[in-house]
Design a protein around this ligand. Structure first.
Ligand SMILES: [Zn+2]
Length: 184
């Protein structure tokens, strides 16, 4: 089932995602719905807060970037913890399904080490670099209540202010379902 994607301005995007156990209600169904929702919206990653669940869960599929340097990574990350970020910082223009039509350069470390649980709750520790590391950092941020626009300069943020307000009011035209924060 395709789920509505929460738009910028919804408080759930600012919550810290709680860790979950295998007994989390309808977890397999939630993950299946997240894949469907992500592919429908042509995303390369999706975090649970973006579908209204403040839990530490995100998915990535970097197939769109696949080439010799960047092999495809399609994975589910549960209870992820970034253990270390290192390597030179690099800028990359990021976007977000919760913040449509805005793209900004974000500087992040090139490499990371992460510990997480997969769908069968096996604990895995891995290192990533390149585009996969970038997507993981972006989605991991979501599970910490952080958005890519938090990483840009105050000035750029101020320039985006009206656009962000418009998104939170449902003004962004997208070809996927969005959940717009309740307006008072
Ligand atoms: Zn995002």
């Amino acid at each position: 089932m395709i789920l509505p994607i929460v738009a910028f301005g919804d408080p759930v995007l600012r919550k810290i995602g709680e860790n979950i156990g295998p007994d989390y209600p309808k977890l397999a169904e939630l993950i299946a719905n997240m894949w469907e929702t992500m592919y429908h919206a042509h995303g390369v990653g999706l975090a649970a807060p973006q579908v209204g669940k403040a839990i530490n869960l995100f998915i990535i599929d970097t197939e769109a970037f696949e080439n010799e340097d960047y092999p495809n990574e399609k994975k589910v990350f549960i209870n992820a913890e970034i253990l270390e970020e290192n390597g030179e910082r690099w800028e990359y223009e990021e976007g977000c399904l919760s913040i449509p039509h805005i793209r900004e350069n974000v500087s992040r470390h090139a490499k990371l080490r992460i510990r997480y649980q997969n769908e069968t709750f096996e604990t895995i520790e891995e290192a990533y670099d390149g585009i996969a590391a970038r997507v993981i950092q972006h989605e991991y941020d979501h599970c910490k209540g952080k958005l890519f626009v938090d990483h840009i300069s105050q000035l750029k943020r101020r320039l985006l202010k009206n656009k962000l307000i418009a998104i939170s009011k449902g003004a962004a035209r997208v070809d996927y379902k969005m959940r717009i924060p309740a307006t008072r």
